[in-house]
Ligand binder design. Structure first.
Ligand code: NAP
Length: 359
């Protein structure tokens, strides 16, 4: 596919972003404002000035502008006002939490019913021409063991997660259910094209460092001693939040963009991230120094962190995962920065904001 010249598709448009307060959405909105777009930011509570302060600061310095709208994933029809007259809909909102009591209510309902709510509204909004849904690479596979079982050299956009459920990897299940729902709805109309962005684990500095995203929880856990006795050898795909934003822009504005796009810079692991932090920030923080043996983490993991269930550990620790990112490079023109830069800049932001403090 020949990629269209960027300048031809970046003329200012009216676009809606759901979940505008989020970590991923922050960089997406920055890029949209840089290009002069008018962003309809759908947020749960537009009166919460503290949550919008980082977006307001962006708006002050950049050519585009933002209008805020109140919307909730579970309130049917609540995106109507935010979406009115928009040509492009970015649906980023979805709870990203691994610590839930009721997975159906806290994860699957907002992810799946929320996607239905937003996309059904897009069907009713005649101005919409493209819908970009932020899915995840966890909609492509459930556990790292699935990659081994696939027998493939890499997981690609052709693969789907078939092993997650409400009781095992419920966040991954919620993303899979939501993306399937999106494709189902897209097939019922021909007014707009659906493109999904499926990022790996996202890292890198936030526009606001006070995000609730698990990306920040993980980074702070590396510095607070949670893993001081050792870190499990957990394979992950990693990508910088700025490349995730670029991928959303490509998915929205490149006329030929279609289907799913896996967005992953490197096939890495928890120990590799810890090593980068140790190399860059020395011994000021209790970073993990060794890999904890699989048998031991299987025993004590659930005590360290409730999200590390024995089944999750058994099916992920010691297994690599390899993601094919070639479609994103070829069709969206993504250039991935090195992992060291992503991890180092994110951690430096946490230090600068005193979210992590040396011990
Ligand atoms: P985040 O910072 O926690 O953002 C989640 C956003 O969803 C927030 O704006 C939140 O709004 C909104 N939201 C949650 N429940 C909602 C509801 N009921 N109604 C309306 N809005 C709701 O997480 P993130 O990492 O940026 O995630 C953004 C998207 O990227 C998600 O779809 C996530 O699955 C996907 N993703 C993330 C990663 C990653 O590693 N971070 C990787 C792959 C895919 P409030 O501010 O009001 O809570």
């Amino acid at each position: 596919m020949v990629i269209s010249n960027r300048s031809t598709f970046m003329s200012p448009r009216q676009v809606m972003v759901s979940g505008a307060t989020g970590y991923v959405a922050g960089w997406l909105i920055k890029r949209l404002l840089e290009a002069g777009h008018h962003v309809h930011a759908a947020v749960r509570d537009p009166a919460n000035k503290q949550k919008l302060a980082h977006l307001e600061a962006l708006q002050a310095d950049l050519p585009g502008n933002i209008t805020y709208f109140a919307a909730d994933l579970l309130a049917e029809g609540s995106y109507a006002e935010a979406m009115a007259d928009c040509e492009i809909v970015f649906h980023t909102a979805s709870p990203f939490s691994l610590r839930v009591k009721d997975a159906q209510r806290e994860l699957v309902d907002p992810a799946k019913l929320g996607t239905r709510n937003v996309l059904e509204q897009a069907k009713r909004t005649s101005s919409v021409r493209r819908v970009v849904v932020t899915s995840s690479y966890v909609a492509v596979f459930g556990d790292n063991a699935d990659f081994l079982a696939s027998g493939k050299p890499f997981l690609s956009e052709d693969d789907w997660n078939t092993t997650s459920s409400l009781t095992h990897q419920p966040y991954s299940f919620s993303k899979t259910e939501a993306e399937k729902e999106a494709w189902k709805i897209a097939q019922t109309q021909d007014q707009w094209r659906l493109v999904t962005v499926n990022p790996a684990f996202v890292m890198g500095p936030g526009i606001s460092p006070y995000a609730t995203s698990e990306s920040f929880n993980f980074m702070t856990q590396l510095a607070d001693g949670t893993f001081k006795s050792g870190i499990p050898n957990f394979g992950v795909g990693l990508v910088d939040v700025r490349e995730v934003a670029d991928a959303h822009l490509g998915a929205a504005f490149i006329p030929e963009a279609e289907g799913r796009y896996l967005i992953s810079a490197e096939n890495s692991s928890f120990p590799e991230i810890a090593q980068i932090l140790r190399d860059q920030f020395g011994d000021d923080f209790p970073f993990p120094k060794r890999i904890i043996p699989k048998g031991l983490i299987w025993l004590i993991g659930p005590l360290i962190d409730k999200t590390l269930s024995r089944r999750v550990l058994a099916r992920n620790v010691g297994y690599p995962v390899k993601i094919d990112n070639r479609k994103s490079i070829r069709e969206l023109g993504i250039t991935y920065r090195p992992l060291e830069e992503t991890v180092t800049q994110m951690f430096q932001q946490l230090i600068d904001e005193e979210i992590v403090v040396p011990s």
